[in-house]
Design a protein around this ligand. Structure first.
Ligand SMILES: C[S@@+](CC[C@H](N)C(=O)[O-])C[C@H]1O[C@@H](n2cnc3c(N)ncnc32)[C@H](O)[C@@H]1O
Length: 458
């Protein structure tokens, strides 16, 4: 269900030897924060001779306001530049590090054509509605976000349009110096207040303020960037090594296309059992954060940086490696027997999900429904509020699969109620649960296990 996840850029493999060739599409700025020439859509683009081997006429070039030096990877035809639209989202601005073709494709998103979509969305720089939270120093964590008023489950807490979008192919195919140069220009081209907010974010690297060293921009991005599985229909053939922890299987499956920075959301600290979750809206190019349960004033608002349904040792290792801190959230500091219990529950969750997800299984003798109720109980015990809808959905399917209609409807309704704030009204699993709740007998899962049993008996 998840489409986005915080991802570590800091794990970038060092010492690669893929020399790139610097190309400028005009005069090169003399300092990192100097203005670059306006060169996109450039003459080659307008004349239809794109460098990317793509179709120059479609999508139509967007009127990007700025550009920068471009770099071509020795490994591919791709030429990466910075594309900035300073007018985006009511003058907040956005910068992309990508190819001309992909930049122009991204610019077909409704966020560029319908200003209503992003109006008042970003409340960090221009505040038009009273906030129910504030950014504060949190002992041992740097800055963080704390509730200043009650926030009910499902309420929108924060939203940001993307400030910087970085193409994974640039990250994986350009030499570090060129990639860093592009990142620096991407930040430098944003309007001043936006740029200042971004440069004020935390970084793994020790830095001066304002940062003068381009490496600091990389540090800021490495610490704060989210991974976006961008919904794009242009052909993306990326064969990348994400340099992952062997336990990060979900990453290998997702092959994200862009990494994105959302400065206000980047202030949220991690907890393994967070009280909020984030999701990306492709139309608005915006990330939003909603309360996963009721939050009381004074409580820190947290999200999980990782898939937290795994044992403590794996979580601790991943957080240390990715974000450089020792996890001391409530779950990570459980003592002795309780820690062991929590790890065992996490193991059991994986096991039960595996069995229930197998639609060839017959689940005779109430075994499937028993496991489904166990799963809901385990999610509650583990306080997995951000993903409760997943447990409810599996339970709904299981009860429907043995013809227990009313219990199926109950869990489907719960899945919809908990799913909407976390994954959105239009999410396909939410939609599936809505269909099940409305017409259990007409749903694909109806009597599915019973049919398996009948088939076995023949
Ligand atoms: C995305 S930033 C979060 C906001 C950051 N604390 C700030 O001051 O802007 C990620 C960084 O915050 C810190 N951090 C986040 N969650 C933490 C936690 N649970 N415990 C300690 N440090 C944490 C780490 O330094 C991490 O690299």
């Amino acid at each position: 269900m998840r489409t986005v996840q915080l991802l570590l850029f800091a794990s970038r493999a060092l010492g690669r030897s893929n020399p790139g060739s610097a190309e400028t599409c005009g005069l090169r700025p003399s300092t990192p924060f100097d203005s670059g020439p306006v060169c996109f859509p450039g003459p080659e683009y307008l004349s239809g001779q794109c460098q990317n081997g793509g179709d120059c006429a479609s999508p139509r070039p967007h009127a990007w306001t700025r550009s920068s030096p471009c770099f071509q990877s020795a490994e591919s035809e791709d030429r990466f530049c910075v594309f900035t639209d300073a007018a985006f989202a009511d003058g907040r601005g956005i910068s992309l590090v990508t190819t001309a073709q992909r930049a122009n494709h991204v610019a077909t998103a409704p966020a560029f054509t319908n200003p209503e979509l992003t109006k008042h969305l970003n409340q960090d720089l221009v505040q038009t509605v009273p906030a129910r939270h504030e950014v504060r120093e949190i002992p041992g964590k740097g800055m963080g976000v704390v509730a200043t008023a009650p926030i009910p489950r499902g309420a929108l807490i924060l939203a940001n349009t993307a400030s910087i979008l970085v193409d994974y192919r640039a990250y994986h195919t350009l030499p570090t110096a060129h990639y860093t140069d592009l990142q620096t220009h991407a930040a430098a081209h944003l309007p001043p207040a936006h740029r200042a907010a971004l440069l004020n974010l935390s970084s793994h690297n020790p830095r001066t303020n304002p940062p003068a060293d381009p490496a600091d921009i990389s540090g800021i991005l490495a610490t704060n960037i989210f991974d976006i599985d961008f919904d794009t229909d242009i052909d993306i053939d990326i064969d990348i090594d994400l340099d992952l922890d062997p336990e990060d299987e979900e990453k290998e499956e997702e092959s994200p296309t862009f990494a994105a920075l959302f400065p206000a959301i980047a202030r949220l600290n991690h907890a393994c059992r967070p009280n909020a979750d984030y999701r990306f809206d492709h139309a608005a190019l915006a990330q939003s954060v909603r309360a996963a349960r009721d939050i009381v004033p004074g409580e820190e608002i947290t999200v999980s940086y990782i898939d937290a349904v795994r044992p403590r040792a794996a979580r601790v290792r991943r957080l240390k490696r990715g974000w450089g801190f020792e996890c001391d959230c409530a779950l990570c500091v459980l003592e002795g027997g309780r820690q062991r219990e929590a790890d065992e529950r996490v193991g059991l969750i994986g096991e039960v999900k595996g069995v229930l997800g197998d639609w060839a299984w017959h689940g005779a003798g109430g075994e499937g429904t028993g496991m489904a109720e166990l799963l809901v109980g385990l999610f509650e015990m583990e306080r997995l509020w951000t993903v409760m809808h997943e447990a409810y959905a599996l339970a709904a399917l299981e009860f429907n699969a043995v013809g227990e209609r009313w219990r199926a409807v109950k869990y489907a309704r719960l899945a919809v109620e908990w799913g909407i704030p976390m994954v959105g009204d239009e999410d396909e699993d939410v939609e599936d649960m809505r269909e099940l709740a409305g017409d259990p007998r007409g749903h694909w899962s109806w009597m599915r296990r019973v049919r398996n049993r009948d088939a076995l008996a023949k």
